[in-house]
Structures are given as structure tokens and as C-alpha cells.
Design a binder for this molecule. Structure first.
Ligand SMILES: *Cc1c(COP(=O)(O)O)cnc(C)c1O
Length: 356
């Protein structure tokens, strides 16, 4: 294996991004892949692996590998899987803006990512050639301005933090000026997949408007490195609350011990586990899907054994735009809701006195 990483430290994030592996021939110089199995996948679902994320791969088929190296199973057709199961497009009043809940919108302001995750829920749009147009941004902002019920604007994509600092600054200040908007969330993987992007200049931009919350997708303890910890430190030191939105992925983190380690690592770097997402039934991601039973088993394992600060909500996102719903392991043993019998995290049964 060649080692392209010796100069990782001295390179800017733009440089790292520009040195990403985009095709099988280049990737094969670094890791042991079968190009014939990778190339056909890339034709349908593009690949991008930047040198930093590539450097986290320790061995073939490990959890970092699975998230970024194309897998021939992405091309399998499953009846239950569709390109847009959550009906994001039908729920978009303007291009790139999803309005599902009354008080908040998702605004997709970038179509670039530092790594093209193989499990992406927006796989249908990955690698679109054209950027997000100025018109899309204008229409999105006008829509937010026009609906006083919108209090929370979630910037997503793609990855909003792959925009240039001045673009991010302009967006944030314009949205911040809308009187009915109380908060802005930034949904990003950059602190995990290209932590070099979190620069002092970027942090100053994010600090200017308040409150900005940053939610990061971390999926495996191997992603918590010196660099990603430092990136999170810089954000947290600037007073930006950090959350994580982990995706439950078969072969990556569908294991109570791995999930426990991940949540513990996140707490140490001041990232509060927020959601554990069950994988959406998105076409091309079937090989990552695991059972709800497994998800519940993991949640049952976490609660009680891990600081409550580190226990996320386990969410399924309902098809056809029904929204997110939390699932809980069954703790209620007897359920006439008067005198309860409740199962605790060890499986022991306790009586809980009802009132009246
Ligand atoms: C997930 C999601 C949100 C945010 O949901 P929260 O539960 O507030 O984090 C908002 N809009 C859409 C369309 C979503 O998918």
C-alpha cells in the first residue's frame, strides 16, 4: 500500500479535497480493490474519497472502507427500496427546500460532500454535475421569509460546510435577519470526513450568528481521531453546540459494543449523541440495512450502561413523508397504565404505582 498521507498535515482542505480518489484506477494505487467490481458502481453512483478519510482505512472491508468504497451490491434492485422513499421531492415547495414539519425546513444549499458515503440517503443526487444555482438559494430564502411559522432552518445538502466561507457567511447572515427564524442548524459530516475544513476563519463565520447548532454524522469510533477531535474542540470552544446523527449500518456499527464505544468517544469530544437513524429504504443502500430488532437491542444495551447524556433517540423516518418517529425497547411489561410493571435495563421487572 502506497502511503500518500505523510504530507496530510501540511495541506489545506481545498488541496486535500482536490486530491480525492474519484476513479477505480487511482484508488487501486492505495488500497486493494478489484477495479472490475468498483468501476461499474461508480458509473451509477460516483465515488469521492479524500486522502484524510482514506487514511483512516486500516484494513480491507473495515468500517471506514465500507462507508466509502463502492460495493457491487449497490447495483442490486430490491422491490422495497426506492430513490426517494421519504418523498423529499414532493414535499419541496421550492427546489432543494423540504417543508415537512410546520416549524422547520431542510434547505439543501450545497451538493458537494467531502466523501460520497455509500449509504447516503440522498444517493439519487450524489455527484450532480451542476452546482446549486443562485436562483435556488434566492427562492429558498424567499420561501422562509414568507412563512412566519418557520423557526428552525436546517442547512443540509450535500454538505453546507463545503461552501466557501464567504458563501456560508452570506447565507447565515441573510437567514439570521429573518425575524421569525430562531435558530439555524448545520448538518454536516465535515468534522468527521475532512476535519481540516474546520479552520479559525470558518469558526469566526459560524460564531457571528446565534444560535447555530452543528449536527455531525459520526458512525464509528475509528472516526474519532486527533484531527476530528480538534475540529470539534474548535467548534465547541466557540460556543457552538454539537450533536451527532449516527446512521445504523450493517457491518459498520450494528453492534452494541461498537455503538457504546462510539457514544463514549463522542461525549469525550463534546458531541452530544442526538439521533441514531435506522437506515432509510433508499435504492442502492440495501446491503447496509439491518433489522429494527437489532436497533432496539443496541438501544436496550446503551440505556443504563452508558451516561444518559450519550444515549441518542433511535429514529425511523416514515416513508411518503410521514416524518420521524422514535422507537424504544419495550420497557412496559403490563400496560393498562394504572399499576405498571416495568422492565429495567437489566431485564428485571419492577412495579410502578399508578395514581388514582
Ligand atoms: C429530520 C428532519 C427534520 C428535523 O427533525 P428534528 O426531529 O427536528 O431533528 C426536519 N425536516 C425534515 C424534512 C427532516 O427530515
Amino acid at each position: 500500500m502506497l502511503n500518500p498521507f505523510t504530507t496530510l498535515k501540511t495541506k489545506t482542505w481545498e488541496r486535500l479535497l482536490s486530491e480525492s480518489c474519484l476513479d477505480a484506477e487511482v484508488l487501486a494505487q492505495f488500497i486493494d480493490i478489484d477495479s472490475d467490481m468498483v468501476s461499474p458502481v461508480i458509473e451509477k453512483y460516483p465515488m469521492r474519497i479524500n486522502p484524510y478519510f482514506l487514511s483512516l482505512i486500516q484494513k480491507k472491508g473495515d468500517p471506514i472502507w465500507k462507508q466509502c468504497v463502492p460495493d457491487i451490491r449497490e447495483l442490486e434492485d430490491h422491490e422495497a427500496l426506492t430513490a426517494d422513499p421519504l418523498f423529499e421531492e414532493p414535499q419541496s415547495p421550492t427546489p432543494g427546500l423540504i417543508h415537512r414539519y410546520p416549524d422547520r425546513v431542510v434547505f439543501m444549499v450545497s451538493n458537494q460532500c467531502a466523501v460520497y458515503c455509500r449509504h447516503c440517503m440522498r444517493k439519487r443526487r450524489v455527484g450532480e454535475k451542476y452546482g446549486i444555482s443562485a436562483d435556488t438559494i434566492e427562492r429558498g430564502i424567499a420561501y422562509i421569509q414568507s412563512d412566519p411559522a418557520i423557526r428552525d432552518v436546517i442547512l443540509s445538502g450535500g454538505d453546507p460546510l463545503l461552501l466557501a466561507d464567504d458563501k456560508i457567511e452570506e447565507l447565515l447572515t441573510r437567514i439570521d435577519k429573518i425575524p421569525h427564524v430562531d435558530m439555524i442548524r448545520i448538518h454536516t459530516r465535515v468534522p468527521c470526513t475532512l476535519p481540516q475544513r474546520i479552520t479559525n476563519d470558518l469558526v469566526s463565520v459560524l460564531k457571528q450568528v446565534a444560535p447555530v447548532y452543528v449536527n455531525i454524522q459520526f458512525n464509528h469510533p475509528n472516526e474519532i481521531t486527533f484531527q476530528s477531535s480538534q475540529a470539534c474542540d474548535m467548534l465547541a470552544d466557540a460556543g457552538i453546540p454539537l450533536g451527532s446523527q449516527t446512521v445504523l449500518l450493517k457491518g459498520v456499527n450494528d453492534d452494541p459494543g461498537v455503538m457504546m464505544r462510539l457514544m463514549r468517544c463522542l461525549l469525550k469530544i463534546r458531541v452530544r449523541p442526538y439521533y441514531l437513524h435506522h437506515g432509510d429504504p433508499v435504492k442502492g443502500t440495501g446491503h447496509f440495512r439491518t433489522t429494527i430488532k437489532k436497533g432496539l437491542e443496541i438501544m436496550h444495551h446503551l440505556r443504563g450502561r452508558l451516561s444518559g447524556m450519550g444515549v441518542p433517540y433511535y429514529m425511523i423516518d416514515l416513508p411518503k413523508g410521514g416524518g420521524k418517529v422514535p422507537l424504544l425497547p419495550e420497557y412496559l411489561v403490563k400496560s393498562d397504565l394504572r399499576d405498571l410493571k416495568v422492565r429495567n435495563f437489566e431485564g428485571k421487572i419492577f412495579d410502578y404505582p399508578g395514581a388514582g
